[in-house]
Design a protein around this ligand. Structure first.
Ligand code: MG
Length: 168
């Protein structure tokens, strides 16, 4: 028996959305109590967008805007979890499995620590991996810049994928 040959790829993603009154704040698929929410064509879940881009990047499959153009009315108000799962289906079609995802949300407010575990569980469920394979970090911007002025929220994510090397 030959050991299967594994290959690995890392990917990186980031996102920024404006924070405005009258919108729901959704991060990592979890609704967060706040007086403002993120503006966007979809539900503007900047954390899931960064993770989706990291996954697509690792697999060499472009980016979220290429797969789901924001000019397409089908994606208006869409749950970003559905976009992430569609990206996961693309990855699976290429044989990729998620090893782990690490991510950071940079928001001056609200305090995200109370939601961290729920976000982790939610992301793990969307990726069909164990919560231990997902990490969500939260930080402020020390009141500097657009994040510090609470005009927006910035996110980033990295991931590692693996697959058995396809036969050629
Ligand atoms: Mg986005």
């Amino acid at each position: 028996m030959h050991e299967p040959k594994l290959e690995w790829r890392v990917g990186q993603g980031e996102d920024i959305h404006a924070l405005v009154p009258g919108r729901k704040l959704v991060l990592g698929g979890i609704e967060i109590a706040h007086h403002s929410g993120l503006l966007g064509h979809s539900d503007a879940d900047a954390l899931l967008h960064a993770i989706t881009d990291a996954l697509l990047g690792a697999a060499g499959l472009g980016d979220i805007g290429l797969l789901f153009p924001d000019t397409d009315p089908r994606y208006k108000g869409i749950d970003s979890g559905a976009l992430l799962q569609a990206a996961m289906a693309e990855l699976a079609a290429h044989g990729w499995q998620v090893v782990n995802v690490d991510s950071t949300v940079c928001a001056q407010a609200p305090r995200l620590a109370p939601y961290r575990d729920a976000m982790r569980q939610s992301i793990a469920r969307l990726l069909a991996v164990a919560p231990e394979q997902v990490n969500v970090k939260a930080k402020t911007a020390e009141r500097l810049g657009f994040v510090g002025r609470q005009e927006g929220i910035a996110t980033n994510a990295v991931c590692l994928l693996q697959r058995e090397t396809p036969r050629r």
